[in-house]
Write a protein that binds this ligand. Sequence first.
Ligand SMILES: [Zn+2]
Length: 237
Amino acid sequence: MALPEPLPWHEAPWRAFAAARRAGRMPHALLLWGPAGLGKGLLARRIAAALLCEAPEGEGPCGRCRACGLVAAGTHPDLTVTAPEEEGRPITVDAVRELGARLALASHGGGWRVAVLEPAERMNVAAANALLKTLEEPGPDTLLVLVSHLPGRLPPTVRSRCQRLRVPVPPAQEALAWLAARAPQAGPEAHEAALAAAHGAPLLAETLLAEGLLELRAAVLGAWEGARRDPVAAGAL
Ligand SMILES: [Zn+2]
């Protein structure tokens, strides 16, 4: 399995990470933040791959070696991903303790150990307190990557221990060009409508197009509009 191609709007946070690494100022924890639908989790995996890759090309991962393949497949033994067990559920204290225990072990490959928490704002209070212990006493060659579109919900004590990297919403032209390459069959009008509905987040726009959600949204809005004009018929909605 190959790593996905880097996304153009990840360039700025990627360069900030690479510069810190080059300067020997790698933090113990990163907080990747920005609106939903920008692929922050993919950037977290690219950062993990850059640290775990067996044949790095410049500062980036090669994308093809065994380690990159394991990162892409989510099975690299030195990469831990912690997420809620079910959509909408919290990240529990047990999950964070398990993460801490895994980071305390020696790395399998003799190099970095990376832990990704997503979405980090899903940690409950006990989980965040448990994470603080890991943030305060990180082992050597350990990187925690917190991914969040609601960083304001993280405790300040957690936020302040992370280097914050903002993942920006790309300019519309850049996002439309990317969408056109990814979903050419949809056409420019659909690209613009999807991007507007996704508040400029290209991956969310792509999902809306792929799942036909724009048509559904238009149908629902149309039905409501009809109901507003004809309140008697609204009872049938
Ligand atoms: Zn590689």
